[in-house]
Write a protein that binds this ligand. Structure first.
Ligand SMILES: Nc1ncnc2c1ncn2[C@@H]1O[C@H](COP(=O)(O)OP(=O)(O)OP(=O)(O)O)[C@@H](O)[C@H]1O
Ligand SMILES: Nc1ccn([C@H]2C[C@H](O)[C@@H](COP(=O)(O)O)O2)c(=O)n1
Length: 426
């Protein structure tokens, strides 16, 4: 990837997710026009850019919490305020292989008859958000045709050096390491208590509830140990696969303690953090797992422990939401994103309940309870459901054992009891 470090301040790769294409379009910026290294990307770029007015928007400045909230606000503002002829596509800028280098933004393809309404919206958004806007123009140069990127509107003080130059868009082959995985680690999935804790520390002044959550974490984790005496069995699965029914029966059958993640002591804060962008929301759920871990350690000294969801659920939902598109776009099995956090208590056994989509829908409808936005998405979006299920299956150390939860509640219970007796020697 040394080829991408060509000009000062222009070494980032820009990855553009186009709706109709399986592979994202990748380009970098160079100070001089150069022959494209990848002709097929050039063709894709030309057809994607077409004759529309083009802009890219990158959120900058402030801390990561501010940037995450700005990004979420911009998603809403762009979709509600831009003219319908202006398409908004996800854009990611990053340095290959560098974990904290990912900046997420937007690419605008404006086909509206007049430029004024789009430009008005962009100007307003630049006033209200720390936003760098670039525009693109076609240039004929030495017989070749190039796209050039320039800073649009007034430069802001936070703009990185080199970004106000006119630079040549150069299509390149996308690097093997997708920036999605780079972005997931520590922004979407957390692998150490301190990393999740730090996010809520950074939220103290913006989200007052963060202080209360951190106080609970401090209290609950005062004597946190990671060793267990009696077996600890985690039950996970999509909603309405029968987790509550099974965990309650197991509690009775084994004389076990039943715990949940997120734990009851965080219940009052859940709705508040559910409305925040992934960085903050997922850090909240990650902390919930550590509280549950502390409770598991205490309880497992006395009796077996059954846990209704744990880190697997946090990670699988977060990964499935962060990865747009098909199941094949998930980072491959063996990727570090599926690794269990080294400082989180490990259960003895993890069971994944599965039922057919049709049976799950029947159970959801039969129950008729309110649903979180993500559950609603699961119901309408089969693709998302498949990604959650697949992410569950790819999580390692401990990996999960899949249980067919379609039979009657008692048959499922007997099947699971026999698994627990075999694997945990109970
Ligand atoms: N084995 C089963 N066969 C038929 N129906 C079942 C079975 N297990 C549970 N159900 C029914 O399916 C519905 C969902 O079950 P349950 O609440 O246990 O799922 P859940 O996974 O805990 O859901 P959530 O995660 O949304 O709380 C309930 O109405 C329950 O009675
Ligand atoms: N340990 C957990 C439990 C739940 N979540 C998140 C994932 C979804 O956003 C949502 C689903 O939970 P439900 O509404 O079915 O209780 O909660 C998590 O991240 N970690």
């Amino acid at each position: 990837m040394s080829a991408v470090r060509l000009a000062r301040g222009c070494s980032r790769l820009f990855l553009l997710e186009l709706e109709a294409r399986a592979e994202p379009l990748c380009f970098l910026l160079r100070a001089e026009p150069s022959a494209p290294s990848c002709p097929s990307s050039t063709l894709a770029l030309l057809s994607a850019f077409g004759s529309a007015r083009l802009f890219s928007l990158l959120v900058h400045g402030g801390g990561r919490v501010h940037r995450a909230r700005s990004h979420a606000e911009l998603v809403n503002a762009l979709s509600s305020r831009l003219p319908p002829e202006c398409r908004v596509l996800p854009l990611t800028a990053f340095l290959p292989g560098v974990k904290d280098s990912v900046t997420r933004g937007f690419f605008l393809r404006d086909e509206s008859t007049s430029s004024s309404s789009t430009e008005r919206v962009l100007n307003e958004l630049k006033q209200s958000h720390a936003l760098t806007v670039f525009s693109y123009e076609r240039e004929e140069n030495g017989g070749g045709q190039y796209w050039c990127q320039e800073l649009w509107g007034c430069p802001t003080t936070d703009t990185e050096a080199g970004e106000n130059q006119r630079l040549y868009v150069t299509p390149v082959t996308a690097p093997q390491e997708n920036p999605t995985a780079l972005h997931i680690i520590n922004s979407v999935v957390f692998y150490r208590l301190d990393d999740a804790y730090q996010v809520l520390e950074e939220c103290r002044d913006i989200i007052p509830e963060s202080k209360e959550v951190l106080e609970i974490v401090n209290q609950q984790l005062e004597a946190y140990r990671r060793d267990i005496r009696f077996p600890v069995v985690v039950i996970k699965g999509l909603d309405a696969t029968g987790k509550t029914t099974l965990t309650e029966s197991l509690q009775q059958a084994l004389g076990a303690t039943l715990l949940k993640s997120p734990p009851q002591c965080l219940a009052a804060f859940r709705q508040r953090f559910d409305s925040e962008p992934p960085l903050i929301r997922r850090a909240f759920y990650a902390l919930g797992n550590y509280i549950t871990a502390a409770q598991i350690a205490r309880e497992s000294l006395q009796r077996p422990v059954i846990v209704d969801r744990y880190w697997h659920s946090t990670a699988a939902y977060a990964i499935a939401t962060a990865v747009s598109g098909a199941v094949e776009k998930l980072p491959a099995l063996g990727s570090e994103i599926y690794e269990w956090p080294s400082d989180l208590l490990q259960p003895s056994l993890v069971l994944l309940l599965t039922v057919s989509p049709r049976e799950r829908l029947r159970r959801l409808q039969g129950r008729g309870l309110g649903q979180t936005e993500e559950e609603t998405q699961l119901e309408v979006n089969d693709l998302f459901r498949q990604k959650v299920d697949e992410a569950y299956k790819r999580i390692q150390n401990p990996a999960c054992v899949t249980v067919d939860a379609s039979p009657s509640p008692d048959q499922v219970l007997q099947q699971v009891l026999s698994l627990i007796r075999n694997k945990c020697h109970l």
